[in-house]
Design a protein around this ligand. Structure first.
Ligand code: KE4
Length: 432
C-alpha cells in the first residue's frame, strides 16, 4: 500500500488559503472539519485518481461530490469543452446547446417535460420551491431531517424532535421568517407524513426530499414511504419534488425515480448534469414549469445559466450515459466494494453498517441499521475520522465526513476496489 502521508506542499497552500478564504476552502465540505487535519491540495484528476501537489496519488471516491460518473478527465467531456470554449465563454443570448441539453434531460427523465438550467443544485432547489409555491399559491413546505438541498434559506433547517416540527434555522443569518413555513419530518416515517397532511395538507405547496439520501450518509427510502409520499401529494395537490442533484444519472440512467418507479411532479438536478462544470436544473410537469418567467409570473433568472461551455460538458456526459450505459459496470464494482468492506469490518470486529444504492455507498460506524437522521447520527464519528485518515494515508480518498456518500466511477477497476478493501481492512485493524 502507498504511503501518502507526506503533504508538506498542501500544508503550505492551506495556510496561504486560510489567510484569504474562510477556512481555506470555497465550500465547507472540503475543509476536513469533520475529520481534522489538512486537506490535500489537488494538482489534477486522472480517471479514478486524484494527484495532489505533493505528488501523492489517491484512489478517488469523492468524484467532486458526484459529477464524475466516468472518472476525471473523461475524454468526450474534455473534447466537447475544448471545442465549445474556442467559440467564446458566454453570450447572454440563447444557444442551440441549451435546447440540446434540455432535450436530453427530458429524454432520460420523462417526468421532466420542461426544464430550466441554472448554475448549481442550490439554485435548482431554491427555484423549484418558489415555482411550487407560485403554482399552488400555498407557502408551507415539508423537508426531512438529514436531507440537504443546498444552502437555501428556507431549507437550511435543523429538525427538532417529534413528528411535526416548525423548522428553526440551522445557520445564523437566516431570519426565522425564512423557515417559519418549513416543516421538518423524520425521513422514512410514514406516520408523521400522514399526520402532517391530515393537519395541514391544504396548506402544503411542496414536499422536497432526496429520493436516496446522500447527505446524512447514504440512506435508502422504504418503498412504503415513497408510495405514501406520492399518494398524499396527489390527494392534496401538493408538488412532490425529488431533489436528484446527487442521484440523478447516478443511481440509474433516469435517477432514483426510474429506480423506484415513482413519478415526482418536479425534479432538481446538478452534479453529473454538468460533468463537473457549474450546472443545475429544475424541471417537471409542463403545466407547472409554464409558471416560470418569462412565460409565467414566477421570476427566476441567471447571467450564466445555460452557459455554452457548461452545456457542452453536460451534452457530452448525457450522450455518453445514453450510449455507454455504465450502470451494470458501476453495480458490479460497487457491490464488490460493499462486500469487501463488510467482510473487512467483520474480520476486524468493527461495528459497521453499510448502506448502498448503486454506486453511492456509506459505511456507518454503528451497530444499528441506519434509516433516518437519528440512526445516522448515532454513528461514532471519531472512529470514522480515524479510519478516514488511515485510508487517506494509504492512497484512498473517501468523502471527509461520516455524513456523506462515497461514489464509485466507471473508471474504477476490480484491482482498485481490492486495493481499497485492503487499505480499509488495515484501517479497521489500526483504529482498534
Ligand atoms: P450545490 O449548490 O452544492 O451544487 O448543490 C446543493 C445540493 C442539492 N441537493 C443535493 C441532494 C446535494 O447533495 C447538494 C450538494 N451536495 C454536497 C455534498 N453532499 C455538495 C458538496 C459541497 O457542499 O461542497
Amino acid at each position: 500500500m502507498a504511503d501518502t502521508s507526506r503533504r508538506a506542499q498542501s500544508e503550505i497552500q492551506f495556510a496561504r488559503s486560510c489567510r484569504v478564504i474562510p477556512g481555506g476552502v470555497n465550500s465547507p465540505a472540503r475543509a476536513f472539519g469533520a475529520v481534522g487535519g489538512v486537506p490535500p491540495f489537488i494538482a489534477r484528476g486522472e480517471g479514478p485518481f486524484l494527484i495532489d501537489i505533493d505528488g501523492n496519488r489517491y484512489i478517488d471516491y469523492i468524484g467532486s461530490w458526484g459529477p464524475h460518473l466516468f472518472g476525471h478527465g473523461y475524454a468526450p467531456v474534455i473534447e466537447a469543452v475544448e471545442r465549445a470554449i474556442k467559440t467564446g465563454t458566454s453570450f447572454g443570448a440563447p444557444t442551440v446547446a441549451e435546447a440540446e441539453l434540455a432535450e436530453l434531460v427530458t429524454e432520460l427523465i420523462p417526468s421532466v417535460e420542461m426544464v430550466r438550467m441554472v448554475n448549481s443544485g442550490t439554485e435548482a432547489t431554491m427555484s423549484a420551491i418558489r415555482v411550487a409555491r407560485g403554482f399552488t399559491r400555498r407557502n408551507l413546505i415539508i423537508k426531512f431531517a438529514g436531507c440537504y438541498h443546498g444552502h437555501v434559506d428556507s431549507l437550511l433547517v435543523q429538525a427538532g424532535s417529534g413528528a411535526l416540527t416548525l423548522g428553526t434555522p440551522s445557520s445564523p443569518g437566516v431570519p426565522a421568517g425564512c423557515t417559519s413555513d418549513t416543516l421538518v419530518l423524520p425521513y422514512n416515517d410514514c406516520q408523521s407524513l400522514k399526520d402532517a397532511f391530515a393537519v395541514r395538507g391544504g396548506e402544503l405547496a411542496a414536499v422536497i426530499l432526496e429520493p436516496v439520501v446522500g447527505n446524512m450518509g447514504c440512506v435508502v427510502p422504504s418503498s412504503e414511504f415513497l408510495k405514501q409520499l406520492r399518494t398524499l401529494c396527489t390527494e392534496h395537490g401538493t408538488v412532490l419534488i425529488f431533489d436528484e442533484v446527487m442521484t440523478g444519472f447516478r443511481v440509474a440512467r433516469g435517477g432514483a425515480q426510474e429506480l423506484f418507479g415513482i413519478r415526482p411532479d418536479m425534479t432538481t438536478l446538478g452534479k453529473i448534469l454538468g460533468a463537473g462544470l457549474p450546472v443545475g436544473a429544475y424541471g417537471g410537469k409542463a403545466e407547472i414549469m409554464k409558471c416560470v418567467s418569462p412565460v409565467g409570473a414566477v421570476y427566476q433568472a441567471g447571467t450564466l445559466s445555460g452557459n455554452p461551455v457548461a452545456m457542452a460538458a453536460g451534452i457530452a456526459m448525457l450522450k455518453a450515459i445514453r450510449s455507454e450505459n455504465p450502470y451494470p459496470r458501476l453495480e458490479q464494482l460497487s457491490a464488490r466494494l460493499e462486500a469487501g468492506l463488510s467482510k473487512a469490518a467483520v474480520s476486524a470486529g468493527q461495528q459497521v453498517q453499510i448502506n448502498r444504492v448503486g454506486s453511492m455507498l456509506t459505511a456507518f460506524f454503528t451497530s444499528q441499521p441506519v434509516h433516518d437522521f437519528a440512526t445516522a447520527t448515532a454513528s461514532d464519528t471519531k472512529k470514522f475520522a480515524a479510519w478516514f485518515h488511515q485510508l487517506l494515508n494509504h492512497g484512498v480518498y473517501l468523502p471527509c465526513s461520516q455524513y456523506e456518500a462515497l461514489f464509485v466511477s466507471a473508471a474504477h477497476s476490480e484491482a482498485l476496489i481490492d486495493e481499497t478493501v485492503a487499505a480499509a481492512q488495515a484501517g479497521f485493524a489500526a483504529i482498534g
